[in-house]
Write a protein that binds this ligand. Structure first.
Ligand code: XUL
Ligand code: CO
Length: 439
């Protein structure tokens, strides 16, 4: 059997003092944290598109990535090499899951039938490798954005023929995700959005998006797919106005169309920051609404206005993300999927491995720091004293629904209100230093 990365051996945990770039310093998969292994808290996943298909090109230059399959010209043979190489990587890195788009794993044919045939062939190979592999499928999805036919969107395309084509692709992607035992199925908005309202029927397009998602739910039910449906919000790029802007706006959309109970969120850090939010904001919004499904673990560059999909190394972010994950009781059937790519200059195969190690170690450190925050309960205690007013008196009356504007006016005019009304400090800097102390 061909070994694609012979220079990479099994990556082991060597502890914080190790200087070995090809070892974990903090991610010890068997280490037990609050009654669960690190592996089970993190549920790491490799993103097929970046890691196996990314070539390192940008608008100013050609691909740079040195990959063992670069010289293979036959598209199916190249796909096969990538597939086998992926399982080699996940096993060497101890990554338990992977995620893919239909077009990542098999080349697109000259028509849908041919594309489906190619996909079937690669899915057959994938299933046969998975029989003897520890690597499982976290989620599948359909690429409804690369082919020029989707230039104006898929379900929000003005042409119903394109809507139909997108539906057929999702139908097939759902079938293969089910066949490979996928725990989730993701809908990222692709080109669902618009550039200008001068040519866009906003009402029709957003209603059509809901129709499309509804049909996907019906089909999942029909074939008995029990995986979780996830929507991945993103505010812009590729279109100027993406319809699935952020968790809160998608939540409103799902409620409006009666779809809320069928979906959770797949939340990506770089998408959160593009929306002007922190990752913690998006995770917290999803958590408190029972909608936290899975995470696309990456980070952007706050100096740049686009989706740079960098490997996550910001410990403050990983800590606050894992804080939300712990408060959520874990990620359930979701995971931390590295929707991330090494920089164009990090072009060697070894960089794939060190990038994943950096991401896994960063989340392991984030997990440990978040555990400290949860166990010390400093943030919790501050929070509960900040909101203590809602447990008794007028606060409790508002929450129980026994107060109205008349009783509130009487309270506001009373001496008690003047007496009890003391503005407490928000103590933000102190709280931020508590987070730093846990790192
Ligand atoms: C694009 C993005 C996608 C989705 C899957 O920004 O994040 O790769 O994660 O379609
Ligand atoms: Co993503």
């Amino acid at each position: 059997m061909t070994e694609y990365f012979p220079e990479i051996k099994l990556i082991k945990y060597e502890g914080a003092d190790s200087k070995n770039p090809l070892a974990f310093k903090h991610y010890d998969e068997t280490s037990s944290v609050m009654g669960k292994s690190m592996k089970d808290w993190c549920r790491f996943s490799l993103a097929y598109w970046h890691t196996m298909c990314g070539e390192g090109s940008d608008p100013f230059g050609a691909g740079t990535m040195l990959r063992p399959w670069n010289s293979i010209s036959d598209p199916m043979k190249k796909s096969e090499a990538r597939m086998r190489a992926m399982f080699e990587l996940t096993e060497k890195l101890g990554i338990p899951y992977f995620c893919f788009h239909d077009r990542d794993i098999a080349p697109e044919g000259s028509n849908l039938k041919e594309s489906n045939k190619n996909l079937d062939e690669m899915v057959k190979l994938c299933a046969s490798i998975m029989k003897d592999s520890k690597t499982k499928l976290l989620w599948g999805t359909a690429n409804l954005f690369s082919n020029p036919r989707f230039m104006h969107g898929a379900s929000t395309n003005p042409d119903p023929n394109v809507f139909a084509y997108g539906a057929a692709q999702v139908k097939k992607a759902l079938e293969v995700t089910q066949e490979l035992g996928g725990a989730n199925y993701v809908f990222w908005g692709g080109r669902e959005g618009y550039e200008t309202l001068l040519n866009t029927d906003l009402a029709l397009e957003t209603d059509n998006l809901a129709r499309f998602l509804g049909m996907a739910c019906d089909y999942a039910k029909k074939i008995g797919f029990t995986g979780q449906f996830l929507i991945e919000p993103k505010p812009k790029e590729p279109t100027k106005h993406q319809y699935d802007f952020d968790c809160q706006s998608v939540y409103g959309f799902l409620v409006k169309h009666g779809l809320k109970d069928k979906f959770k969120f797949n939340i990506e850090t770089n998408h959160a920051t593009l929306a002007g939010h922190t990752m913690q904001h998006e995770l917290a919004f999803a958590r408190v609404n029972g909608m936290l499904g899975s995470v696309d673990a990456n980070q952007g560059d706050t100096l740049l206005g686009w989706d740079t999909d960098q490997f996550p190394t910001d410990l403050n972010m990983t800590t606050l993300a894992m804080y939300e994950v712990i408060k959520n009781g874990g990620l359930g059937g979701g995971g931390l999927n590295f929707d991330a790519k090494p920089r164009r200059g990090s072009y060697k195969p070894e960089d794939i491995v060190t990038a994943h190690i950096a991401g896994m170690d960063s989340f392991a450190r984030g997990l440990r720091a978040a555990v400290k925050l949860v166990q010390s309960a400093d943030l919790e205690k501050n929070m509960s004293s900040r909101y203590a007013g809602w447990k008794t008196g007028i606060g409790a009356a508002i929450i129980s629904g026994t107060a109205d504007f008349t009783s509130l006016e009487a309270h506001a005019m009373s001496d008690k209100c003047a007496h009890d009304c003391v503005a407490e400090s928000g103590r933000q800097e102190w709280l931020e230093s508590i987070v730093n102390d846990a790192l």
